[in-house]
Design a protein around this ligand. Structure first.
Ligand code: SF4
Length: 239
């Protein structure tokens, strides 16, 4: 374990956010890994609230991969229409179900390597399913909130999701990989919004290197740190 890893693990960022958002968890409703997998696929370009309105009907009519793989595509399209991109999503969840049945004996697999072989499943979806449904932290979920806020906190200077995830995995204790995205999503929805972040009332304002830059800016552009030492500086401040 590197010094940096130890520092960030003990940093105030996660402690403060855990204290501020003690209920932080996955906002999608599900009862098992298969339901979470479907809900996460449907959540692409859609709000969790909207997905949660649709999934009770989908899960009731098609509770297993065996049933969903044989569903008429038009029936699935009509159920999930309001989540957007419904044609692709319908094809993907049907094909995904077939793949689960044919390759994994009807059980959702529990590793990233296996999950990303399923149609419609990328690394982000795989990480969501693993950390929330299986309590396995194999990676860090990098969604739009995590991407934006990680840059503002200068935990990364990359733009590519895979590189951002790699940076975060180096900086954060593996035990916190799962909760980290929920904490940042909560922060992003309440304080660290894309436009007009509320730095004055943000619980991280005293340790965030972007607090003064983002303040009163219509759309924050301060995503990239100016120097490689910025992260270490922030970590030092946070200790
Ligand atoms: S201080 Fe501002 S830029 Fe930093 S995390 Fe909070 S809201 Fe975001």
């Amino acid at each position: 374990m590197t010094t940096t890893t130890t520092n960030i693990k003990n940093s105030k960022i996660i402690k403060i956010l855990k204290k501020h958002f003690p209920e932080a968890k996955c906002a999608l409703n599900y009862n098992n890994p298969f339901e979470l997998l479907l809900a996460t696929i449907l959540s692409a370009q859609c709000t969790d609230v909207q997905v949660n309105k649709v999934t009770p009907i989908l899960f009731k009519d098609f509770p297993t991969p065996h049933l969903l793989m044989n569903a008429p595509v038009t029936k699935i399209e009509s159920i999930i229409h309001s989540t957007g991109f419904y044609k692709n999503k319908s094809k993907n969840i049907i094909a995904c179900s077939r793949s689960i049945v044919e390759k994994f004996n009807g059980e959702v697999p529990s590793s990233i390597a296996e999950l990303i072989t399923l149609p419609g499943v990328g690394r982000k979806t795989a990480n969501v399913v693993l950390s929330n449904a299986f309590a396995i932290n194999e990676g860090v979920v990098v969604d739009t909130h995590v991407k934006r806020i990680s840059k503002r906190l200068e935990l990364t200077k990359n733009h590519d999701e895979k590189k951002i995830e790699r940076d975060l995995m180096k900086l954060i204790s593996q035990n916190d990989w799962g909760i980290f995205s929920h904490l940042l999503i909560n922060l992003g929805r309440t304080f660290c919004k894309s436009q007009k972040p509320k730095c004055d009332s943000c619980p991280l304002k005293s340790i965030c290197p972007s607090a003064s830059k983002c303040k009163q800016v219509q759309e924050c552009k301060c995503h990239a740190p100016k120097s490689a030492s910025a992260t270490l500086r922030m970590v030092a401040i946070a200790r």
